[in-house]
Design a protein around this ligand. Sequence first.
Ligand code: GDD
Length: 326
Amino acid sequence: MKRALVTGATGQDGIYLTRLLLDKGYEVYGFVRGQSNPRIPALLDNAPGVKILKGDLTDQPSIIRAIEASQPDEVYNLGAISYVAYSWETAHLTSDVTGKGVLNVLEAIRLAEGKDSGRIRFYQASSSEMFGKVQQIPQTESTLLWPRSPYGVAKAFGHHMTINYRESYGMHASSGILFNHESPFRGQEFVTRKITSAVARISLGLQHELRLGNFDAQRDWGFAGDYVQAMWLMLQQDEPDDYVVATGEMHSVRDLLDISFARVGIDNWDRYVVQDSSFLRPAEVDQLLGDASKAQSVLGWKRETGFQELVEMMVDSDLQFYSVKG
Ligand code: GDD
């Protein structure tokens, strides 16, 4: 039986990945932060059988102990402060967790491997946010990074550190440059879920207004359930490498609003949606569009869920949730 250690196991991707690994027969350990993390019950409900190990990416001894306790064949580093807007308010903390946290995991693996380099396979959750002010359209694995937020800068550090440890020590360290990926498990702070939950609440008469920042931002939005397959595939390859994971389609925040409101039978969303400058960012990433040809040809990965299907899945899930919860 293979064993995996997943940091950030209580997040959206952590839940999908943990479930996927359990279904494949892995023994899965979730590395979870906090004294009484309120997200643990959701992880245990949705991925029964996962074993919880407590620790923090900024506390290296806790990572070393987690590796000792789990004896993993594969480590997936999904843990991060992941909300871009918040990273301006906590640039130091974001650098420590999202950036130096990666180094802490790499070093802990190197220590555990000793002379047997490459024995523990490592996945780093890199991000399309690293492309920031895009220098090429669409973005590939070799596009110049130009991050536009402390979060993007921290992810770029982790990305290069992963490549550096692979090249310096022969570690089996791979990086998935994932474009935005969403699901009903997405946090309410991100624009997709903020919109789908508000639309559900508006249609149920529980909310009357939705305040948003930049309506014109464009992203390459895919389904998280499809994207965790790519993570796993990367660690099944003989050679470690970097891969863009994306749909190759770009949509705007307006498109999200059109599809979400249409799903509940509202054609004209103007009367509910208000632009609020407090949600604008000090530096915006205007558009992201990924080219996942390498993941498709080398890993045999392809996305299954289209944009409209994804948004409607999220609206339906929120409708169900708020009909019960009120
Ligand atoms: N969150 C949020 N809230 N975003 C808004 C809003 C709002 O009210 N109004 C407009 N937006 C715009 C943001 O300015 C941004 O351009 C876009 O919607 C998407 O914002 P988020 O959903 O917060 O995601 P993100 O693109 O900043 O970051 C996500 O994707 C990255 C991959 O590119 C996060 O999941 C990151 O962790 C991930 O690395």
